[in-house]
Design a protein around this ligand. Structure first.
Ligand SMILES: [Zn+2]
Length: 219
């Protein structure tokens, strides 16, 4: 039962949350991956928000092709969910996926219907998607036991803060500092003061991003 709870916890992680952003610039590789590299990145169409979902699918495919070659060939489904504070989540199509080998799993990025009609600007959207894809990349590098352990530990504040800020840091290093900054501004204008303060206790705050940019002016 306890093990089952861990798995359920893992699946309900809002591992990404409104993410971070960055967007700004995609880290362009000199030799982009072949187009079929992202054939397995598919959005589940949504009648009301078809265009927005397709935009997210296109962004995810582009980010992998031009900046995240490590995810080439992995299956990623994009669909919707509802939540009061998170814009995106990165998880799995079903709990059974964690028992498969990394290349046979179906990973998933979910976007909150609450904001599908009011998405962040593209630079911020790309940054938060890189944050989510960085989570998925970490999942591809984990065994079943490690994923279950991640789900168990994620509930602990210190672990969650460390895991999310490290994911932010990897996003910054991929060249999305401006986008992440824009995403924080978007979050600040779309969340209550209390919700935003709670978020900033877990993720890189605006001040932290600005300090990182000052220390890393050439990234
Ligand atoms: Zn996250």
């Amino acid at each position: 039962m306890k093990r089952f709870c861990f798995i359920v916890l893992l699946l309900s992680l809002s591992l990404c949350t409104i993410g971070e952003s960055l967007g700004s610039l995609i880290t362009l590789h000199k030799n982009p991956l072949p187009a079929d590299c992202t054939d397995n990145v598919k959005a589940v169409t949504n009648k009301k928000y078809h265009n927005e979902i397709m935009q997210i699918e296109k962004e995810v495919q582009g980010l992998i092709q031009h900046g995240l070659p490590e995810l080439c060939g992995y299956s990623i489904e994009i669909n919707v969910f509802k939540d009061p504070v998170d814009l995106f989540r990165a998880n799995f199509k079903s709990y059974l996926q964690v028992f498969k080998t990394p290349h046979k799993r179906i990973y998933r990025i979910q976007v909150n219907t609450q904001w599908l009609g009011d998405l962040p600007p593209q630079i911020a959207l790309r940054a938060v998607l890189v944050h989510e894809l960085t989570h998925i990349l970490s999942y591809t590098q984990m065994t079943t036991a490690e994923l279950i352990e991640l789900g168990r530990k994620y509930d602990k504040a210190d672990f969650q803060r460390n895991y999310e800020r490290n994911t932010d840091l990897l996003t910054l290093r991929r060249g999305h500092a401006l986008g992440l900054l824009e995403f924080r501004k978007w979050q600040k204008s779309h969340l209550s003061d209390d919700e935003f303060i709670k978020k900033m206790d877990i993720y890189y705050s605006i001040e932290m991003i600005l300090a990182w940019m000052k220390d890393n002016p050439y990234i």
